[in-house]
Design a protein around this ligand. Structure first.
Ligand SMILES: Cc1ncc(COP(=O)(O)O)c(C=O)c1O
Length: 430
């Protein structure tokens, strides 16, 4: 099987006359087959402009945990649209959505809704600074918390720009970022408690933000005791600990990575899978912090916050995230993850397949599992791009940064078909 993507390529070229680059996010370019245009989704599948049926492991960059056409979510959205679209006020459906998250997420005593992960990260920084009276937000190399000027630093720094591992420097992620924004930020390596403690001891850190498992790059679990130690160190030095659960949120379990690892941060942010592809994000945390939005003089706004149609999608998504569904989807995810590792090994391709049940990472050319983003830099990216292209030609769409997102709709037949394609693609690149 060797699919062609000519119609997508023609549509992208034609529409680049209106949409810059033919895409509406820079993260939708750069793939070997070129950016694709899709007509529709069906469960684990996407149907593109060339009528190719592709098994999808982008899953909306992690958002589509129920797959592309979950009946309950679709129905809830239709019913809510009938009742109106935006009230610029409160609605019962947003209170229902809030209650569900507060019951499910250990750190969620209170919350506020927003529309994107980037945006609620900003709300977290503002709260941390207001609560502590300090300025610095401390982030970690390789962790991504949105595309805004004050945080898009050192997300995927080139080794030659990033400085020494024990004292990394901030590397801008884009031209046009205001350098003054870096003045409120600092960066260190992740998964190293000694370094974190030493940085916090300087006493100027308002908030520490991390993905509790590093998933925007790689799929790396925290080392034993790291999250617990980070919380203790933050308490000791008066900093707010913020977990970015935009990816981990509903992929490492429906109560987040914080429940899985048993560490409750001060604040956390959620987006992506919280509403299965509808633009819902949330900042949740200690009541004393979140209530600063109500009575502490800290401003939080947004025309689309808690938009009722998206809230209906969120409630229906959360209702579909049952323990039984997690259990069965996780079994299939593990079968896929371990199956890919076995096939690559048999084909003589050096690889590390690491991560979790519904989100894992394939790194070619690595001798050992990565502990942080510097380790990931040693992977053979060019070979992985070839692998993804070989998969795409065989009807499997996988992200070229190595991430695989599995949904509840990826049934056993889909996993079998994927493993078949992986076997063929591995032969092609071996
Ligand atoms: C860990 C993490 N945080 C924050 C964001 C930003 O979320 P959004 O794209 O909804 O602004 C992303 C997006 O990929 C993410 O992966």
């Amino acid at each position: 099987m060797s699919l062609s993507f000519d119609r997508s390529a023609a549509l992208i070229a034609e529409n680049a006359n209106h949409v810059a680059g033919g895409v509406n996010s820079n993260f939708r370019t750069g793939m070997a087959g070129g950016p694709l245009v899709f007509q529709r989704g069906e469960g684990a599948w996407l149907i593109d402009a060339d009528n190719n049926r592709l098994i999808d492991y982008y899953c909306g960059m992690g958002a589509m945990i129920l797959g592309h056409t979950p009946a309950g979510v679709q129905q809830a959205v239709k019913e809510q649209v009938e009742k109106g679209i935006l009230y610029a006020a409160q609605s019962p459906i947003e209170f229902q959505a809030a209650r569900i998250l507060c019951e499910r997420i250990p750190s969620a005593e209170r919350l506020r809704f927003g529309s994107s992960g980037s945006e609620v990260a900003q709300a977290a920084f503002r709260l941390a600074r207001a609560a502590t009276g300090k300025r610095i937000i401390l982030k970690f190399e390789g962790h991504y918390h949105g595309w805004f000027d004050n945080i898009l630093w050192s997300t995927a720094p080139a080794q030659n720009a990033a400085g020494p591992e024990e004292a990394p420097v901030l590397v801008a992620g884009s031209k046009g970022q205001d350098p003054i924004d870096a003045a409120g930020l600092d960066v260190i390596g992740w998964n190293d408690l000694g370094r974190l403690e030493a940085r916090l001891a300087r006493g100027d850190v308002a908030g520490v933000i991390m993905e509790p498992a590093m998933c925007n790059q790689g799929a790396i679990a925290p080392t034993a005791g790291y999250l617990e130690g980070a919380l203790v160190a933050c308490r000791k030095h008066g900093a707010i600990l913020i977990f970015d659960e935009v990816i981990t949120g509903f992929r490492l379990g429906r109560s987040g990575a914080q429940a899985r690892f048993g560490v409750t941060p001060d604040l956390s942010i959620f987006a992506k899978a919280v509403a299965n592809g509808f633009p819902v994000a949330a900042i949740v945390g200690r009541a004393g912090l979140l209530d600063m939005f109500a009575t502490g003089g800290v401003l939080h706004g947004g025309t689309f916050n808690a938009q009722p149609v998206t809230m209906a999608a969120m409630v229906a998504t959360q209702e579909a995230l049952t323990p039984e569904q997690y259990e069965s989807a996780s079994k299939r995810g593990v079968r896929l993850r371990d199956g890919i590792a076995k096939i690559l090994k048999e084909a003589g391709i050096k690889a590390q397949v690491t991560g979790f049940e519904l989100m894992f990472h394939v790194g070619l050319g690595l001798d050992a599992p990565a502990r942080n983003c510097r380790d990931l830099l040693k992977s053979d990216k060019a070979l992985y791009v070839k692998f993804c292209h070989a998969l795409l030609k065989r009807g499997v769409r996988a992200l070229e940064r190595g991430a695989w997102f599995v949904s509840f709709a990826h049934d056993d037949a889909v996993i079998d078909a994927t493993l078949e394609a992986v076997r063929d693609a591995a032969k092609e690149i071996a």
